[in-house]
Write a protein that binds this ligand. Sequence first.
Ligand code: HEC
Ligand code: HEC
Length: 240
Amino acid sequence: METTKPPPALRALLALRWLFLLLASLPAAAQAQAPVDLAQRLQACAACHGKEGRATPDGYYPRIAGKPAGYLFNQLANFRDGRRRNADMAHLTAQMSNAYLREIAEYFSSLELPYPPAAPVQATVAELARGAALVHEGDKARGIPACAACHGERLTGTLPAIPGLLGLPRSYVGGQLGAWQTQIRSARKPDCMADVAKRLTSADVAAASAWLASQTLPTDTRPAAAPAKPLPLECGSAQP
Ligand code: HEC
Ligand code: HEC
């Protein structure tokens, strides 16, 4: 039952304590062992990120399962190195080597798990139409490229390191775009998402995130091959 669960903050705290004990008890050399071992150790991530990294319904903890490995690796390194700010994630990754972060990224990327059905969103028809136009066509007059040019026609992400945009809660998508606008989140330079986010008004952010969150995922949710055309902006984080 939902009501018997401890509140998210407490759950997170318990998870962190458990994780630190677990990670601290392992000698560095043992951090590159059998996958069963890794899966067991990474169960602690599920306390925040949901069962097997599928995300929690409240939308605060993002899904990590099935995202491109290069993307997951970049994010873990971004938290560790301060390009993306979240105290828990920074703390968790502080002592982790690139090699270990890659292992973690490969593990979660390899999980092919179903996505929940799209949640209903509150938005006007005009807002949703604006969102769809931004995603598929961008806005030439304002120098905004189509999101699909980088995130893939199916919007399930592109290899090796661009994440999908479907199956994410509206609040998460809006929150991340806002974080780029206020520089709480950044990526390796040139940071194309910072350029994109800067050109979006708050109405654009609301429209794009509402439309994206209202979409049903395609049958094949895996990231597509790298785009054949060069990306419309240069992205330092398009590679792991
Ligand atoms: C205490 C809660 C907590 C724990 C435990 C935790 N995370 Fe996170 N993680 C978060 C939050 C909150 C965010 C989103 C931060 C933001 O919005 O910038 C996040 C973001 C991430 C992201 C970026 C996802 C994306 O789509 O951009 C990755 C990857 C990640 N976590 C991996 C892990 C892994 C691997 C573990 C276990 C070693 C872990 N996390 C444990 C809270 C947690
Ligand atoms: C020029 C290529 C490019 C374009 C155009 C682009 N993106 Fe991105 N986007 C990226 C890259 C690269 C990343 C990964 C950045 C990182 O490593 O942190 C990303 C990440 C994101 C994320 C973070 C996802 C997560 O799981 O945390 C969101 C949200 C996002 N983009 C939304 C958009 C939207 C909405 C548009 C259109 C208005 C858009 N992007 C257009 C390249 C692009």
